[in-house]
Ligand binder design. Sequence first.
Ligand code: TRP
Length: 328
Amino acid sequence: MEKILTGIRSTGTPHLGNILSVIIPSVSMANKNIKHSSFIFIADLHSMVQIENMKIIKNNTYKIAAAWLSFGLNIDNCLFYRQSDVSLVTELAWYFNCFYPYKRLALAHSFKKEMKKKEKINVGLFTYPILMAADILLYNAKIIPVGKDQLQHIEIARRIGNYFNKKIGKKLFVLPNAFLQKKNMFVLGTDGKKMSKSKKNCINIFSSDEVLKKQIMSIRTDSKSVKEKKNPETDYIMSLYSLIAPVDQIEIMKKKYIRGGYGYSEAKIALYEHIIHKFSSEREKFFSFMKKKSLLDHILALGAKKAKSIARKRLNCIRKHLKFNPII
Ligand code: TRP
């Protein structure tokens, strides 16, 4: 059975886009996979590239953990851990730093994009894909569920693995493949652009009822009156509703759009009520986990212990090829 691995940065609470495109499909794959072949982790080291305040990172880590658990991740079956708790990964990242050509990495578009936007950029942002490659290659993971924005990072991980294998003359690393959830690839935010924390257009199912309602009521629409006929194909409320509602309900809403006499605010309320109803158990569990941080710490520590023992063996094998002594 092939190994599955994915990470989510602890930069905030997972939004509907993260949930539909990464969390739900990954939980389902990880729970079905054979024992200890799925790795789900919270990429807190990667978050440091963006967030300086470690208190915020730590608190976000709990939110991410609570989100995965509330969607039913089976922690007996998979390895669920904090990246910083298995710091052996940074050692592998260093080896990659020394093997991979600088010029190649400088081509990464996530880096080039940020370079254009900001004046002050840290080295971590530049080597971000290297650490991500280490996350994946350390465990020989093959299937990597990610959002579309991460495709180039997976490609870099493949190149690094291939590079290293060639240098050493042995297939030390399995080359990973991105796993894209096609249907939910583009979850649109309240402004009709791809839902993203940085764009502040998120629908956050793990916020209070009032905040969630406010977010949904802020979805941008055209200015058609209640009476007018509307186009269900181009409307953002409809696009979100179509991702989560049952087929017959979607059809009913579509008909109301086409018929006219159905206002956007009514559609928004329907979407809000559907979200509250659909995710009621996950929301309840999330809020309950957030009150039990020591339980979350305990769960993550158990996962880290298991991951560490695998990582240690793998790293010793890599060290041997580099003519280094085993880890004491
Ligand atoms: N870069 C990923 C993101 O922004 C998070 C991440 C870090 C990751 N390491 C990973 C995802 C390894 C998949 C595999 O979402």
